[in-house]
Ligand binder design. Structure first.
Ligand SMILES: *Cc1c(COP(=O)(O)O)cnc(C)c1O
Length: 367
């Protein structure tokens, strides 16, 4: 039996920089400063520069990053937020957490990302915000969304959890909307060794508000201006992220090479490979193929030692937590995608031989 090809293997990237990671952790240990210290400040500067924006505020995780942005913009009950019908549940949960109303919009069928024409059709008098998700590391079509936002005075918050380093018409995701939220969950393109997240924006006032909200609503110790929470990016994670940020472009480049080889090797009569618009330079957080026989294909790969994952097997509106409050909701494209998508192994360190084996197995799939 051939060796198992895991769906992700973070050890392969961490082994490359083991010494740097250890000295980053050691440095924090010796400094004795663990929360809101110099490592966080340094990482915030570096990540803002990487995203080509003025401000970065580190927070506890990606979900909080979206929630705190919505709060900073004063979005809440009575406000509508346009979200993709096909996304990770966090995008939706953040909107629900602030008491705003979800307005799901179906994706473009080729890119699986927010379809600007459908967004335009969904804008109404209560719409306050549009939240594009750069799903799977593919930038959403932002220019028409920003034009629409300008016309209707809407806030655009990018959910950039899956696309750190992706480019849209040469500009980095995270710098395209009014603000962006990202996640440093370990499996993301830029992942911590635990939970983490950040907000980036050009807007100094929004950055100041998020900075207050993440730390008990205070700018000065024991002086609480607003009802905040505790959602901070700790020094150890910030120090680790600074080390890993230096590798990000290299690792994203490796993901691009892996995607190119998949596109070459995978048989197009068996599966549909991702579509990349001319203006997009994706970073391949996930390599998502489509098949009408997805479940059988997944079992076939599993039986031959190749692990795959479905992103996502249940559309958000069909999740138990939403289904009861959205009776009769129907998003056929999101539902169809949930039945056809399959994510293949995609990570720095995946070898060409492993990809050959995966592609060979897809080709030999009888379905
Ligand atoms: C991972 C992810 C999040 C949430 O990040 P956490 O750090 O896990 O809270 C939000 N949106 C999308 C699209 C994600 O993939």
């Amino acid at each position: 039996m051939a060796e198992i090809i895991p769906f992700v293997d973070l050890k392969r990237q961490h082994d490359q920089i083991a010494t740097e990671l250890q000295s980053a952790i050691q440095g924090v240990l010796q400094s004795g400063w663990f929360i809101q210290g110099p490592k966080l400040e340094a990482f915030e500067r570096e990540f803002a520069a990487y995203c080509q924006v003025e401000h970065c505020v580190g927070v506890g995780n990606g979900l909080d990053a979206i929630v705190l942005l919505l709060k900073a913009y004063g979005i809440g009950p009575g406000d509508e937020v346009i979200v993709p019908s096909n996304t990770f549940i966090a995008t939706w949960l953040a909107v629900t957490a602030v008491g705003a109303t979800l307005v799901p919009v179906e994706p473009d069928e080729q890119t699986h990302n927010l379809d600007p024409a459908r967004v335009a059709a969904a804008v109404g008098p209560r719409t306050r915000c549009v939240m594009p998700v750069h799903l799977y590391g593919q930038p959403a079509d932002m220019d028409p969304i920003m034009a629409l936002a300008h016309e209707h005075d809407l806030i655009v918050i990018e959910d950039n959890a899956q696309a750190q380093g992706a480019l849209y018409k040469g500009r980095p995701t995270g710098s395209l909307g009014h603000a962006a939220a990202t996640s440093f969950y370990p499996g993301k393109n830029l992942g911590a060794l635990g939970d983490g997240g950040a907000v980036v924006t050009q807007d100094a006032e929004i950055a100041r508000k998020v900075r207050m909200l993440r730390n008990y609503g205070s700018e000065k110790k024991y002086d609480h201006q607003v009802l905040g929470c505790n959602s901070r990016l700790d020094e150890i994670q910030a120090a680790i992220l600074s080390v890993k940020l230096r590798q990000l472009d290299l690792w994203n480049q490796e993901r691009r090479a892996i995607a190119a080889l998949y596109a070459e090797l995978l048989p197009s009569h068996v599966v549909q490979c991702p579509f990349v618009p001319s203006w997009a330079d994706p970073v391949w957080h996930l390599y998502v193929i489509r098949s009408f026989h997805r479940d059988a294909l997944q079992s076939h790969l599993q039986a031959h030692g190749v692990q795959t994952v479905i992103h996502y097997p249940i559309a958000p509106h069909q999740q138990a937590c939403y289904a009861a409050q959205m009776p009769g909701a129907s998003y056929p494209l999101a539902e169809q995608l949930s039945k056809e998508v399959l994510s293949l192994p995609m990570y720095p360190g995946l070898t060409e031989a492993e990809q050959q084996r995966i592609a060979g197995l897809v080709a030999s799939f009888p379905g």
